[in-house]
Design a protein around this ligand. Structure first.
Ligand code: F6R
Length: 618
C-alpha cells in the first residue's frame, strides 16, 4: 500500500530514489513521484501510472540534489492522477510522502480551508503537509513540527518530510505502516522495506510503532519514541543478499517465485527437523513448555494466508487432535471473541504488516488482558508465522516462526503460501501429543523429500501451458476440492481471478449439487484437485455430476487415481506424495495454470490491476 523511499547523501540521489521506487512498485503502482532539494529549492516530478512513466519524465528533466523523497502510490483518497501523486507540497516549503490513511483529515482540512489554505489534491496527505508548514513557521525545527502534527492526526502512517529551511534533514515517522532506516557510510535512507535499499546498504534500523526519526548531516540518525524520548535501536545486518530484486532469466517475478519453491521450502525446513521430529525451539524460547498446554488453536489471516490457515485446520484436528478455528482478520477483529482456556493465537502473514492481521493480533492481546482480569482466562500465547524479519507482527507476538521464502515481489502470493503450509505442518507436528510415532516419522521423512517432489511438479509446466489455452477465452471458472484440497481450490480460484481477471469460484465438491451446479455448461470450465486420498471416491461422484451436465472438466490427479481422459475430461498427472503434503504439491500446477492463462491474456502478471502487496490499510 504505497512505497516510500528517502535519501540523504553526499551524492546525487535521483538514481537511488528511482531504483528504490522500482523495487517498491509491488506496493502500489497508480502513480509515482519524487522531490529533491535543488540549490535550496524543492523540485518535484510526478506521473500517473507506473514508475516507468516517472522515469520518462525524469529523462526529460532530471532532478539533481543530495537529499530527496519519493513515492509509488496505491490510491485511497482521491483517484489515481498526477495531481494526487506524492510528494505533496505546502507553499513550496514542505514536501511529504505518506503511506497509510489519515482518518481525521476532513475536520483538519476544513480547519485549514477556513484559514485560507487552498488544496491542490484530493488526498489526506496534503493536509499533513500544510499542518507541518504551519507548525514549522512557529518552531523553526522540522522534527518538532512533525511531532506536533503527529499529535493531531489519527490513523496509520509512514511518512517522510523535507523543508526548505532545514535543507540537510529528512524527518520520518511510522505508526501502523512500516518504515526502516537504511544505514550507510555518511549517508542514510528511509524506505517502506529493506528491499528498496539493498542497492545501497545491508544495515538497517527497524523503527517501532510510534517512532519518529531524523536523518541529518549533522547528527546522523536520531530516533525518538512516540513520547519524544530518545530511543536506542539496534542496527541489524540483512544477510540474504540482494539477488531477490532481480527477475533473472524469468519473464515475470511470479514465474521465478513459483520455480523457487523447492529451494525456499528446503530453507524453511533447514535446522527445524531433528531425526524424525520437529524442533520446538524453532518457534522461540519457551515454545516447548507452552505447546504442552495448548488445548485449542485460533488462526487469523487474510487472503492467500487465510487459505493456508484453512489447510492447517484439517491437519491440526486430524494429526494433533486440537480443535482449531480459522478466520479472516477483518471479521475476527470486530467480533466479541470467546477464548477457551489454553488457546494458542496464530497469525499468518507474508508481509507481517497487513493492517487487519496486525489489528487482530492487538485485539487478541488486549482481549487476553481483559479476560485475564475477569476470570483468569485469555490467550495462552501469540505466534506469528511470517516471511519478513523485523516486521510488526513478529515483533509483537510472543513466538514466531519465519518462513524462509525470501522477498516475494509478484503481487500474487506463491512461494509465501507454500512455505506457510510447511511452517504450519511443523506447528502441527510440534503440537502433536503422540510424539515419536510412525506417523510423525513418516511425515518428517516426507517433508525432507518434498523439495524433490515439487521439482517434479514444476516439470508439468509445458502441459499446463498447453492446457491454459482452453481458458483464455473463458469468462468464468469453477474450482472443486474436498478436505485439505478445498482451500487449495480456493487458492487456485483466487490466483486465476487476481492475475487473469477471469471470474473464478471455488466450492467444496460436495456442495456442488446445492446450487453451483446450475452454472455448469460448456462455457464453464471446472477444475478439480483430486489426489488419491480417502475422499477420492466421493469426489469422483461429484465429477460425474459435472460431466452429466455437459461441463468441461480438468482434473489434477496422481497416477493412482483411475480416471481416463475423455472428450470432456482432461486429466493432468501430479506427482504422488504423502496425502497430508498433497495440498502443497497440488498448489504448484494451479499457480502455473493461472500464470499461463494470464500471460495468454496479456495482463500485467506481477502487478495486477487495482491490487498491491502488503495491505497496510484496513
Ligand atoms: C493474494 C495475496 C493476498 C495476501 C493478503 C495477505 O495472492 O497475496 O491475498 O495473501 O493480502 O497478505 P499477508 O500474507 O502479507 O498478510
Amino acid at each position: 500500500m504505497c512505497g516510500i523511499v528517502a535519501a540523504l547523501a553526499a551524492r546525487n540521489v535521483q538514481g537511488i530514489l528511482l531504483e528504490g521506487l522500482k523495487r517498491l512498485e509491488y506496493r502500489g503502482y497508480d502513480s509515482a513521484g519524487m522531490a529533491v532539494m535543488e540549490s535550496g529549492a524543492l523540485m518535484r516530478q510526478r506521473a500517473q501510472g507506473k514508475v516507468a512513466a516517472l522515469e520518462e519524465k525524469l529523462a526529460e528533466r532530471s532532478l539533481t540534489g543530495s537529499i530527496g523523497i519519493a513515492h509509488t502510490r496505491w490510491a485511497t483518497h482521491g483517484k489515481p492522477s498526477e495531481v494526487n501523486a506524492h510528494p505533496h507540497l505546502a507553499g513550496d516549503r514542505v514536501a511529504i510522502v505518506h503511506n497509510g490513511i489519515i482518518e481525521n483529515f476532513e475536520p483538519l482540512k476544513r480547519e485549514l480551508e477556513s484559514d485560507g489554505v487552498v488544496f491542490e489534491s484530493e488526498t489526506d496527505t496534503e493536509v499533513v503537509a500544510h499542518l507541518i508548514d504551519r507548525a514549522f513557521a512557529t518552531c523553526h525545527d522540522l522534527l518538532a513540527a512533525v511531532q506536533s502534527v503527529l499529535a493531531r492526526i489519527d490513523g496509520a502512517y509512514a511518512l517522510a518530510v523535507m523543508h526548505v529551511d532545514a535543507p540537510r534533514e529528512i524527518v520520518g515517522a511510522r505508526k501502523g505502516s512500516p518504515l526502516v532506516v537504511g544505514v550507510g557510510i555518511d549517508e542514510n535512507f528511509l524506505a517502506s522495506d529493506t528491499l528498496a535499499l539493498l542497492q545501497v546498504t545491508d544495515r538497517f534500523v527497524y523503527l517501532r510503532e510510534g517512532d519518529v526519526v531524523r536523518l541529518s548531516a549533522r547528527h546522523g540518525i536520531e530516533v525518538l519514541t512516540a513520547d519524544g524520548e530518545p530511543a536506542a535501536r539496534d542496527v541489524q545486518v540483512y544477510e540474504h543478499g540482494d539477488s531477490a530484486a532481480s527477475r533473472g532469466d524469468y519473464r515475470h517475478f511470479m514465474l521465478k517465485e513459483i520455480h523457487e519453491q523447492p529451494a525456499v521450502i528446503a530453507a524453511t525446513l533447514e535446522g527445524r527437523l531433528s531425526g524424525s521430529h520437529v524442533l520446538e525451539s524453532s518457534f522461540g524460547v519457551g515454545a516447548r513448555a507452552l505447546f504442552e498446554r495448548v488445548k485449542q488453536v485460533h488462526i487469523i489471516a487474510c487472503g492467500t494466508s487465510y487459505h493456508a490457515g484453512m489447510v492447517a485446520r484439517y491437519w491440526l484436528e486430524k494429526l494433533a487432535g486440537i480443535p482449531t478455528t480459522v478466520e479472516v482478520a477483518s471479521e475476527y477483529r470486530y467480533r466479541d471473541v470467546v477464548v477457551p482456556e489454553n488457546t494458542l493465537f496464530v497469525t499468518l502473514s507474508q508481509s507481517g504488516e497487513t493492517a487487519d492481521t496486525l489489528a487482530a493480533l492487538r485485539y487478541a492481546t488486549s482481549r487476553a488482558d481483559d479476560l485475564t482480569e475477569q476470570d483468569g482466562q485469555g490467550y495462552l500465547a501469540t505466534l506469528a508465522i511470517c516471511n519478513v524479519p523485523g516486521s510488526s507482527l513478529t515483533r509483537e507476538s510472543d513466538l514466531s516462526l519465519m518462513t524462509q521464502a525470501g522477498p516475494e515481489i509478484g503481487v500474487a502470493s506463491t512461494k509465501a503460501f507454500t512455505t506457510q503450509l510447511v511452517a504450519l505442518m511443523l506447528l502441527t507436528l510440534a503440537l502433536r501429543r503422540s510424539r515419536g510415532d510412525e506417523r510423525e516419522a513418516a511425515l518428517v521423512q516426507a517433508l525432507r523429500g518434498l523439495p524433490g517432489v515439487l521439482d517434479q511438479a514444476l516439470a508439468m509446466d509445458g502441459p499446463i501451458a498447453a492446457l491454459s489455452e482452453a481458458f483464455a477465452e473463458k469468462h468464468h471458472a469453477l474450482f472443486l476440492g474436498r478436505g485439505t484440497q478445498y482451500p487449495i481450490a480456493l487458492e487456485g480460484a483466487l490466483k486465476l481471478k487476481e492475475i487473469s481477471y477471469i471470474h473464478a469460484e471455488a466450492y467444496p465438491a460436495g456442495e456442488l449439487k446445492h446450487g453451483p451446479l446450475a452454472l455448469v455448461d460448456a462455457d464453464m470450465p471446472v477444475i478439480a484437485v483430486a489426489p488419491n486420498d480417502e475422499l477420492l471416491e466421493k469426489l469422483k461422484s461429484n465429477l460425474q455430476e459435472v460431466r452429466a451436465r455437459g461441463g468441461e472438466l480438468f482434473v489434477f490427479a496422481d497416477e493412482g487415481v483411475a480416471l481416463t481422459a475423455a472428450d470432456s475430461l482432461r486429466v493432468l498427472h501430479v506427482p504422488a506424495v504423502d496425502e497430508f503434503l498433497a495440498p502443497i504439491v497440488y498448489t504448484l500446477p494451479l499457480q502455473l495454470l493461472s500464470y499461463h492463462v494470464a500471460v495468454l491474456k496479456g495482463t500485467d502478471v506481477d502487478q495486477p490491476r487495482n491490487l498491491a502487496k502488503s495491505v497496510t490499510v484496513e
